[in-house]
Design a protein around this ligand. Structure first.
Ligand SMILES: Cc1cc2nc3c(=O)[nH]c(=O)nc-3n(C[C@H](O)[C@H](O)[C@H](O)COP(=O)(O)OP(=O)(O)OC[C@H]3O[C@@H](n4cnc5c(N)ncnc54)[C@H](O)[C@@H]3O)c2cc1C
Ligand SMILES: *[C@@H]1O[C@H](CO)[C@@H](O)[C@H](O)[C@H]1NC(C)=O
Ligand SMILES: *[C@@H]1O[C@H](CO)[C@@H](O)[C@H](O)[C@H]1NC(C)=O
Ligand SMILES: *[C@@H]1O[C@H](CO)[C@@H](O)[C@H](O)[C@H]1NC(C)=O
Ligand SMILES: *[C@@H]1O[C@H](CO)[C@@H](O)[C@H](O)[C@H]1NC(C)=O
Ligand SMILES: *[C@@H]1O[C@H](CO)[C@@H](O)[C@H](O)[C@H]1NC(C)=O
Length: 350
């Protein structure tokens, strides 16, 4: 197939759509173009380039609404794909590990394993009360994946660019209309995180949730190289560890601040994470303190109403929106790309 395709956005979502078009759907790579302000190789210090700030792991959770249940289904194809990728392409950094959820509060949705939580998850087990850490009311373990997100993105970028010859253009786009003029007749994918609008501006339902994490060096043989643990504390704070495979260290996180657009590391947040880290993950310290190698700040592209994966036609072109993944874009990436590509209207021509 040789339809000209332009993907706006090169976070995990835009890159995964390109990867699937080329490796699974038989598209000619030279007809696929990706335009973005930032790529994995340029976005490492930019909080608006969210994907490389991601933990990143898959943490299933019980749905609190029909919309969450709908979105939770996007994570399952990714789970299946990563199980394969971890074996065929270890350089992708995707690694299969054990996940642990620990809750300080009683939570009926978790206790009853409500819909969205355990479906298609391997080796899901509720942990017996007597086996739980002190102060924990609910715990569960399951098989999941973790990745070194900068390495995974680099894997996608290099495969697309160097192996297959996809065209990468670094440019900030003001509106989708501008892209249409540059690539007449092309099919557009809108993967800008916050939903760049056809005539400029962003989707008014989109908003950012700031997240800060610490990248720390672990002691040799540390148990957290092999598992990811998330504590949900009684006062609403979360503290988690996520290993970054291929010697990428361990992520100790994280914060969630709606609408906070401070792109610099906050000392207060760092101190908060250190304090909780000392209490919950003391064996991650080396000689009594955390060996912090980097502080990550990222803006999760959230959206009222959840993810938007849909198609429309404007000025004679088909636009497929695929954005609004909030704190779950890595885990939903493969499923989201499948759904977005499924919307391509092959009959549609100018
Ligand atoms: C601290 C933290 C931890 C996280 N942990 C996890 C996790 O463990 N698991 C998980 O699944 N998710 C996690 N996430 C969420 C995940 O990172 C996001 O959901 C995901 O990165 C969203 O990907 P995206 O491709 O939609 O957006 P982005 O990665 O932000 O990419 C957007 C792209 O659009 C481009 N763009 C935007 N506007 C324009 C424009 N006007 N012109 C040109 N280009 C434009 C940008 O340059 C970029 O290339 C975490 C996020 C944070 C901050
Ligand atoms: C959780 O429920 C148990 C049993 O009903 C109760 O004993 C315990 O105090 C509750 N914990 C909290 C934090 O409310
Ligand atoms: C992105 O999605 C929004 C929300 O649907 C839409 O209004 C906008 O036109 C899209 N932007 C582009 C560039 O297609
Ligand atoms: C990881 O876990 C396996 C067992 O599941 C264990 O044999 C191995 O030693 C662990 N590695 C580290 C670094 O903890
Ligand atoms: C929440 O609880 C933890 C542990 O009890 C405590 O260390 C922390 O200061 C509390 N407040 C916030 C904002 O996390
Ligand atoms: C400090 O950080 C914690 C965790 O993000 C937050 O709950 C608290 O409100 C912050 N305090 C200030 C003064 O910013």
């Amino acid at each position: 197939m040789s339809e000209n395709i332009v993907i706006v956005g090169a976070g995990v979502i835009g890159l995964t759509i390109a990867y699937q078009l080329v490796t699974e759907n038989g598209y000619d790579a030279t007809s696929v173009n990706i335009i973005a302000s930032d790529f994995p190789s340029t976005g490492s210090d930019c909080p608006e380039y969210t994907s490389s700030k991601s933990g990143a792991h898959f943490r299933p959770f019980p749905s609190k609404s029909p919309q969450e249940l709908r979105d939770s289904k996007l994570a399952r194809p990714t789970y299946k794909f990563f199980k394969k990728l971890a074996v065929t392409n270890p350089e992708s950094s995707v690694k299969w590990i054990q996940g642990f959820d620990y809750l300080e509060n009683n939570d009926t949705l978790y206790e009853t394993t409500a819909a969205g939580y355990t479906e298609d998850i391997d080796n899901f087990k509720i942990i017996e009360k007597s086996q739980l850490p002190r102060g924990i009311e609910f715990g569960a373990s399951y098989d999941t994946w973790a990745m070194n997100s900068p390495k995974y993105l680099e894997f996608l970028e290099n495969t697309l660019s160097m192996k297959y010859g996809v065209n990468f253009v670094r440019e900030k786009v003001e509106s989708l209309k501008q892209v249409c003029q540059l690539y007449p007749g092309a099919l557009l994918f809108n993967c800008t995180g916050r939903g760049l609008q056809f005539n400029g501006g962003f989707d008014p339902n989109s908003y950012s949730i700031r997240g800060q994490t610490l990248l720390v060096r672990a002691p040799l043989g540390c148990q957290y190289l092999n598992k990811t643990i998330t504590y949900q504390l009684a006062n609403g704070s979360w503290i988690f560890v996520i290993p970054r495979p291929l010697n990428g260290g361990i992520i100790l996180g994280g914060t969630k601040q709606i609408g906070n657009l401070n792109s610099n590391p906050s000392q207060n947040d760092t101190e908060h994470l250190i304090k909780l880290g000392e209490a919950y993950f003391p064996d991650l310290m080396i000689e009594g303190k955390f060996d912090i190698r980097r502080v990550n700040v990222g803006f999760r592209p959230a959206r009222n109403g959840g993810t938007r994966i849909s198609s429309y036609k404007e000025d004679g072109v088909q636009v497929i929106d695929c954005y609004g993944f909030g704190g779950s874009g890595m885990e939903m990436s493969w499923g989201a790309a499948m759904r977005a590509i499924g919307l391509i209207d092959h009959g549609f021509k100018l």
